[in-house]
Design a binder for this molecule. Structure first.
Ligand code: ADP
Length: 174
C-alpha cells in the first residue's frame, strides 16, 4: 500500500518524481502555487505551456478544461515532471466531482508515466475560494479511492502551504 504523507511547505522543494500544479484553464500561469512553480521552473515552463495551449486551441478546445490535467517537463525544478490540474472555482455550490477529477486524473497520469512519488498542493483552496474542509475531504477520499488503480505509485505527499490546511489534512490522515 502506498504511503500518504502530509507536510507544510513549498511544493517546489519537495523531493518527489512529479509535482501537481493548481493551474488555470488557459495554462497561462498566475499567482499562488502556479506562480511559485513557474518562478522555480524558469521561463521554459511558460514556453511549453504556451505551446500546449496553442495546440489545444488550434484543435478547437480549451487548453485544459476544469477537472482536467496536462503534463509538462519540470525544467529547473528537480522533479521529473509537472502535472497541471485545473480545479473548479467556488461559486457557492458543490463542485467536488471536478475537484476529485483533478486528483484522480493526476494519479492516473503519474502512474502511466512511470512515476512512483507525487506531491499535491491544496487545489482550488487559494484564489479559487473552495472551502478548505470540503476540498481536503474530497482530495483524501479521491486519492484513497484511486490508489488501487495505481499499483506503481508508492508515495503521495499532500503539501499544505498554510496551517489551516495542514491541520485539516492531519485530522483526515492522522
Ligand atoms: P487555486 O487557484 O487553485 O485556488 P492557488 O495557488 O491560489 O490555487 O492556491 C492553491 C493552494 O496552494 C492554496 O492552499 C495556497 O495556499 C497554496 N500554495 C501557494 N503557494 C504554494 C507553494 N509554493 N507550495 C504549495 N502550496 C502553495
Amino acid at each position: 500500500m502506498a504511503q500518504i504523507e502530509v507536510i507544510q511547505g513549498d511544493i517546489t522543494a519537495v523531493d518527489v518524481d512529479v509535482i501537481v500544479n493548481a493551474a488555470n484553464s488557459g495554462l497561462a500561469g498566475g499567482g499562488g502555487v502556479d506562480g511559485a512553480i513557474h518562478r522555480a521552473a524558469g521561463p521554459c515552463l511558460y514556453a511549453e505551456c504556451a505551446r500546449i495551449a496553442a495546440e489545444k486551441k488550434k484543435a478547437g478546445g480549451e487548453p485544459c478544461p476544469t477537472g482536467d490535467v496536462v503534463m509538462t517537463g519540470a525544467f529547473n525544478i528537480r522533479c521529473k515532471g509537472i502535472i497541471h490540474a485545473v480545479g473548479p472555482i467556488w461559486y457557492g455550490s458543490d463542485k467536488d466531482g471536478l475537484l476529485a477529477s483533478c486528483y484522480r486524473k493526476s494519479l492516473l497520469l503519474a502512474q502511466r508515466a512511470g512515476f512512483i512519488s507525487i506531491a499535491f498542493p491544496n487545489i482550488s483552496t487559494g484564489v479559487y475560494g473552495y472551502p478548505k474542509n470540503k476540498a481536503a475531504a474530497a482530495a483524501v477520499k479521491t486519492v484513497k479511492e484511486t490508489l488501487p488503480e495505481c499499483p506503481g505509485i508508492g508515495r503521495i505527499v499532500f503539501v499544505c502551504f498554510d496551517r489551516e490546511n495542514y491541520d485539516l489534512y492531519k485530522k483526515l490522515l492522522p
